[in-house]
Design a protein around this ligand. Sequence first.
Ligand code: THU
Length: 137
Amino acid sequence: MTLPQEQIDSLLDAAQEARTHAYTPYSHYQVGAALLTADGQVYGGCNIENAAYGPTNCAERTAFFQAVYDGHRAFTAIAVVAGEEPGFPCGVCRQVMAEFCKGDFIIITANADRTKVNISTFEELLPHAFGPKDLGR
Ligand code: THU
């Protein structure tokens, strides 16, 4: 499954806006995400850092957790906008995706000025994912 260019652009717009919410006093590396639910809603997320480092939450997970809190359980795509280069989701965020996303979930990554854009599927980024099916769910 692919997304129309118009939808990719609007998700990237939303991710860029979300990036302005980032709380990054330690890394100064700001990330914004925009998560598209299966029923067409968009949830933004930003990275939120912590002085103890470990509790830091990535932009992708912020978006997922807000959407799941609101009752969403099915997702179509996520756009992630970072700094000078596109940044792919970290392993922890990929595992959160494994909980809620199928292999054809679309991951769009871009740098801040959107001169570099990559489009991948979840299956490409985390093959053989451990997920709900492994626990019979
Ligand atoms: N970060 C994200 O928000 N998403 C990723 O996929 C990779 C890393 C954040 C976490 C931390 O605030 C900063 O980037 C540096 O690791």
